[in-house]
Design a protein around this ligand. Structure first.
Ligand code: PLP
Length: 431
């Protein structure tokens, strides 16, 4: 029994699948609202929530086929129709062959890295990372015998750090909070020449609306769906999208076992297979269906939200740059930013919704805010600020904090949907 789509087996009449045009000719926002929803009599117009823990078989043979690796519905730890719809939508938006949705961005990062590494293997990473990713690389993967070399993220530095056992390169598409943009095409070349893969954290790339690393040669695009994809600060989730063209032929995980090797059994789908087996089936970092619904619904408006948020972020960055009480404004949409040129090359639309700036007295500034809220999330509909030096980056070594563009006076802001004039007025009075 091959699982024919999220609603494929819920009607006598086969639902016509999502239109074929979906992956190819339609624009981003059309795909965001239309993908993963079958057409046909009785089909729901939005994403349905399926809460069953298990799914039925018609006879023993169907059950046996599924347990032998059918890839269909059996038990909700492995696959659930609502989660599958979210995955189909994410694949459409990221230009991916397969997507695995999991319970958090952390779960997705861990699964992406562990899917191609085992004890004795090596990872090369950019140093300016989201704190949770740095924690996995520094503190968790070493428990499993996997070592990471941190670099400045440039193709030259990453090439110099390669070892014969390097399996994957890791970098953020747009780093948080410094706004460095990864040179994905050059990093892909470095990785592939060494028989390794390139995995990019595309969280700030907003579900493929601002950036699509797979189109530039990355093998995996990971995101925290908690941020822009969900977009309302209402659910946790994460995803790994894969290109379907990763060269796995130089990684023993995929080649060992002769004719029973993962590569022989699953071909181009071997990476996606291993990720679902590891992250969902074995580790159980399964996304809850209600969260999948919230995140999938969030995706319907991610483009519209990011248009507004990026425009407001750009306007605030320019305004703050000329403000007498503000210094060191950092936003890759500003001409002076080190990644400005790369942002023009890789970012499809706006330059992201995160900016940082230094104020004379962060504690006083944050204490006086009346509209902006102090909270650590990103990509919310509401504008949120933090003092990274003492909170999100508080445990990062001082040199790394400074390298990430975080100083003692730095405020990080993730821009929401409020009116620009209201945000400016609140910041002005707080300054
Ligand atoms: C938040 C975040 C993560 C982790 O995602 P969670 O959903 O919080 O687990 C990973 N990478 C980046 C860039 C993030 O901002």
């Amino acid at each position: 029994m091959v699982y024919s789509g999220p609603m494929g087996n819920h009607h006598d009449r086969p639902a016509s699948a999502t239109p074929a045009a979906c992956g190819s000719t339609w624009g981003y926002t059309t795909r965001a609202v239309q993908s993963a929803i079958p057409r046909g009599l009785g089909q729901s117009i939005g994403l349905p929530v399926h809460t069953a823990a298990a799914f039925q078989f018609g006879n023993l043979e169907e059950a046996q086929e599924e347990f032998a690796g059918g890839g269909g519905l059996s038990y909700a730890r492995m696959q659930n129709p609502t989660v599958a719809m979210l995955e189909e939508r994410l694949s459409s938006l990221e230009g991916a062959a397969h997507t695995l949705a999991l319970s958090s961005g952390q779960a997705a990062t861990f699964t992406a890295l562990m899917s191609v590494c085992r004890a004795g293997d090596h990872i090369v990473s950019a140093a300016t990372l989201f704190g949770g990713s740095a924690g996995l690389l520094q503190n968790v993967l070493p428990l499993m015998g996997i070592e990471t070399t941190f670099t400045d993220g440039s193709p030259e530095a990453m090439r110099a750090a390669l070892r014969p056992n390097t399996r994957v390169l890791w970098a953020e598409m747009i780093s948080n909070p410094s706004g460095d943009v990864a040179d994905v095409a050059a990093l892909a070349e470095v990785a592939h020449a060494a028989g390794a893969l390139l995995a990019i954290d595309n969280t700030v790339g907003g579900a493929g609306y601002l950036a699509r690393p797979l189109e530039h040669g990355a093998d995996m695009s990971v995101q925290s769906l908690t941020k822009w994809a969900g977009g309302h600060g209402s659910a946790m989730g994460g995803s790994v999208s894969v290109s379907g063209s990763a060269d796995l032929s130089r990684n023993p995980i995929f080649t060992e076992g002769a004719e029973r090797s993962l590569l022989n059994l699953h071909g181009a789908g071997a990476l996606a297979q291993r990720q679902r087996w590891l992250g969902a089936s074995q580790l159980g970092m399964t996304l809850a269906p209600h969260s999948a619904f919230l995140l999938g619904q969030g995706l319907e408006t991610v483009g519209v939200r990011l248009d507004r948020e990026c425009a407001t972020a750009q306007a605030l960055a320019e305004w703050l740059s000329g403000h007498p009480r503000v210094s060191a404004v950092s936003y890759c949409g500003l001409p002076g930013h080190p990644s400005h040129e790369r942002a023009q090359r890789y970012l499809l639309r706006g330059k992201g919704a995160i900016l940082t700036f230094d104020v004379p007295d962060p504690s006083r500034f944050l204490g006086r805010l009346q509209l902006l809220r102090i909270a650590p999330n990103l990509g919310d509909t509401r504008t949120l600020v933090v003092h990274p030096w003492t909170t999100t980056h508080g445990r990062v070594p001082e040199a790394s904090r400074r390298a990430a563009g975080v100083g003692p006076q730095t405020i990080r802001m993730t821009v929401g949907l409020e009116d620009l004039a209201d945000l400016q007025a609140d910041i002005e009075q707080a300054l």
